[in-house]
Write a protein that binds this ligand. Structure first.
Ligand code: UDP
Length: 480
């Protein structure tokens, strides 16, 4: 027998830059508390070109030598990637097919180290089997809210309560910790029952209870009710709710999406422009890494912004591609002149900046000139806005964002709701009204005060003796 000496943690993100960044940030956090661990990140090979992560990975490896990346060999998918109805369906297949690769990778890491934990993305629940086979404790890293986690714990019970598709139901989910959520506001892939992605979400939700613990990127005082319900185990009647560790807010500061020099240029363009604007005068509009709006919707936003008279920094992307095969690929830069109303850029050039595709969001939100954020309510964006003390207008687009909106607008009162039509369209009048309300009204000021208070609570949670620090210490203690 070889002498096993090193202590290792293995993290398994699902494919996709956002998930990878979250896992890397968690790795860094673990290492600050446990510098002697080696942290191994398993990287599934994307089945097609989804924009390269190579540059990001090499930057992380250089600055953090204790983080080791393991590229899993490619798998062959049962169908053409373009024929998957949604990205989640593809992720579930990819994860299932990667199980033998995950097994081999953990075995090989075990040659030189004791693997104390396998930390899975929510979408990687299929790998629970591998952890069980190898006697490695499995944890989840849930990268959305504790309220979202409570809802997924509750999902198998909701599923049993009706034979109908959620999209056809008027009823609401009533969990003690959440404002009532219409079932039709559940994430899109679970709106219809008889699909592979619906079954995949059920498996992942049931999988949560089979783990040793769940790490959540939130802090106790942001979602006290959800944290309590999870601790009391009331969301999942079928079995135990494992201990939940709220270790956030964890915020990635440097994303490097493409070419590093392009990022630098972008960063300086946005920040130099903001330097010239008065304090808290600019509204920032950005819709996550995947939010795409139709040309008609982009024009409506432009008209609303122009009429509002507010200063703005707006990240614009191309509308969703018509060719479904293009969906998962990195999109080219938009042609702003053809997408936006005639003369818009010229007429607003004194008080607005439109950037193509991507802005350094964390730096932008933390700039003194930014006073409001129109967001798609992705959880990272929400935390980043709170940590920067910036109030929001909530405009959810996909995934669990409608739930995040309910939490922000109804429960926490940190955001105004952007009202949309039944088809999800937002008028120029609504954009104008909401942006003005955020930036100029009493209500906007109250939101700003509440967000500032939450920012202070977040800093306290992460500081010495704070709840998130204590939770992390407890977690890491389990791996000794
Ligand atoms: N982001 C950014 N610039 C952009 C768009 C997004 O820096 O132009 C970052 C943002 O700061 C956040 C992440 O990408 O950290 C998006 O994560 P979120 O959970 O908000 O939404 P998702 O993209 O997962 O829907």
């Amino acid at each position: 027998h070889r002498k096993v000496s090193m202590a290792a943690i293995v993290l398994y993100p699902v494919m996709g830059m956002g998930h990878l960044i979250s896992m890397v940030e968690l790795s860094k956090l673990i290492l600050t508390h446990h510098p002697l661990f080696t942290v191994n990140i398993l990287l599934p090979t994307a089945p097609y070109a989804t924009g390269s992560t190579a540059q990001y990975i090499s930057a992380v490896s250089t600055t953090n030598p204790s983080i080791i990346f393991h590229h899993l060999p490619p798998v062959s998918l049962p169908q053409d990637p373009a024929s998957y109805p949604c990205v989640e369906a593809l992720l579930f297949d990819l994860t299932r097919l990667n199980n033998p690769n995950v097994h081999t990778a953990i075995q090989s890491i075990s040659q030189t180290s004791t693997v104390h934990a396998l930390i899975l993305d929510f979408f990687c629940a299929a790998a629970l089997h591998v952890a069980a086979e190898l006697y490695v404790p499995a944890y989840f890293f849930f990268t959305s809210s504790a309220s979202g986690l409570a809802l997924f714990f509750h999902f198998p019970t909701i599923d049993r309560s009706t034979n109908k598709n959620f999209k056809d139901l008027e009823t609401t989910v009533n969990l003690p910790c959440l404002p009532p959520i219409p079932l039709s506001h559940m994430p899109e892939p679970i709106l219809e029952k008889d699909t592979a992605e619906y079954a995949g979400f059920i498996d992942c939700s049931v999988g949560l209870s089979k783990s040793t613990g769940i790490i959540v990127n939130t802090f106790n005082s942001l979602e006290p009710k959800a944290v309590k319900d999870l601790a009391d185990g009331v969301c999942y009647p079928d079995g135990p709710t494992p201990p939940v560790f709220c270790i956030g807010p964890l915020i990635a500061t440097n994303h490097q999406i493409g070419n590093e020099s392009d990022d630098k240029v972008l960063e300086s363009e946005c920040l130099t422009w903001l330097d010239k604007q008065p304090s808290q005068s600019v509204v920032f509009l950005c819709f996550g890494s995947l939010g795409l709006l139709s040309k008609a919707q982009l024009r409506e936003i432009a008209i609303g912004l122009e009429r509002s008279g507010q200063r703005f920094l707006w990240v614009v992307r191309n509308p969703p591609p018509e060719d479904k095969r293009q969906r998962f690929l990195t999109q080219p830069d938009p042609d702003l002149n053809s997408l936006l109303p005639d003369g818009f850029l010229d007429r607003t050039k004194e008080r607005g900046l439109v950037v193509k595709r991507w802005a350094p969001q964390v730096a932008v939100l933390n700039h003194e000139a930014v006073g409001g954020f129109v967001t798609h309510c992705g959880w990272n964006s929400v935390l980043e806005s709170i940590c920067a003390g910036v109030p929001m207008v909530a405009w959810p687009l996909y995934a669990e964002q409608k739930l995040n909106k309910a939490l922000l607008v109804e429960e926490l009162k940190l955001a105004l709701a952007m009202n949309e039509s039944k088809t999800g369209f937002v008028s120029a009048t609504e954009v104008e009204k909401r942006v003005k309300e955020l930036m100029e009204s009493e209500e906007g000021n109250s939101l700003r005060e509440r967000v500032t208070a939450k920012r202070n609570e977040a800093m306290k949670a992460m500081g010495k003796g704070g709840s998130s620090r204590v939770a992390l210490a407890k977690l890491v203690e389990q791996w000794k």
